[in-house]
Ligand binder design. Structure first.
Ligand code: HEM
Length: 264
């Protein structure tokens, strides 16, 4: 058999499914509910801001804000329950979750990418500082970017942050919603902590989404102006090769194996 090129087995314009319709709907519901929860929650903290004063200027605005916050909270909870069952009871859900579990490699990837981006050791080497050390230990030059599998450490961290953040917001929000129950079960200071946590976690989540997530899926030069995966679920062979090389190679190996077993 002739030796096969990787481009023969995976064309750059071949389309792979990265997010199926169920995953896209879950992601869309998360965007929708999160936006409503932020817009209807933050006015309680930043009530002095002009934008919130204008938004809340009409009669019953505050009442409607509270109702919308609770409706969005319910949809968020249903969405999370759906995702939970999807993860447990579908093969694809289980496989995605397995790929999402953080490993030691993720810590190392974060470390390697940080120093690769900073470029300090390469600069020192170019200037002739510690030249013999770097020639003996080229790892410390961080010349190559780490290679990622189906999910990189940033995506894994974001997923964990959503899981942990939702848990915290649902528990604290539930007791803020049911104040009487909360005060029957806990002393007042515990309830006060629920309120504090709910507010600060909301700000943290808002900033994380605006700064981190938006950079990774919009502004990052590798995907600018926007990764369309959340809309059409598709990723090309080229994107797979450059952004998720380990997953790309896994598919390649599988195809090679199938081809070899067919030609036997
Ligand atoms: C990511 C999701 C969420 C965000 C970003 C968010 C945001 C906020 C913010 C910023 C506040 C104002 C806190 C303060 O006054 O210090 C608030 C209040 C509140 N939140 Fe949330 N929240 C979320 C989820 C939830 C959930 C899941 C529930 C219910 C289970 C909930 C129920 C409440 C309640 C009852 C209040 C009290 C004020 C009101 O009547 O609206 N929240 N939320």
């Amino acid at each position: 058999m002739e030796t096969l090129n990787s481009s023969d087995l995976i064309r750059d314009d071949e389309i792979f499914l990265r997010m199926n319709p169920a995953e896209r709907i879950q992601h869309f519901l998360l965007i929708l509910t999160f936006t409503i929860l932020i817009v209807t929650g933050l006015p309680l903290i930043f009530y002095e801001l002009k934008i919130f004063k204008t938004l809340m200027s009409f009669e019953r605005a505050f009442y409607i804000r509270g109702v919308l916050h609770r409706i969005a909270a319910m949809i968020l909870i249903v969405n999370i329950i759906w995702h939970f069952f999807y993860t447990i009871f579908t093969k694809r859900g289980r496989s995605n979750f397995k790929e999402m579990i953080p490993k030691f490699k993720d810590v190392r990837d974060a470390w390697d990418l940080f120093w690769h981006n900073v470029g300090l050791t390469q600069l020192l080497y170019k200037k002739g500082v510690l030249k013999t050390f770097f020639e003996k230990h080229p790892y410390w030059l961080f010349e190559k970017e780490p290679e990622f599998g189906r999910y990189n450490f940033i995506e894994k961290f974001e997923y964990l942050a959503v899981a942990w953040g939702s848990f915290v917001m649902i528990i604290s929000g539930f007791f803020m919603w049911n104040v009487e129950l909360s005060l029957r079960l806990f002393p007042l200071w515990v309830h006060d902590i629920f309120v504090i946590i709910h507010g600060y976690e909301a700000m943290l989540a808002f900033l994380a989404i605006i700064i981190w997530h938006m950079y990774n899926v919009h502004l990052n030069p590798e995907v600018f102006p926007m990764s369309k995966i959340w809309l059409n679920g598709k990723i090309s062979g080229h994107e797979l090769r450059t952004l998720h090389p380990l997953e790309y190679r896994k598919i390649l190996e599988e195809r090679k194996r199938i081809l070899e077993s067919e030609s036997l």
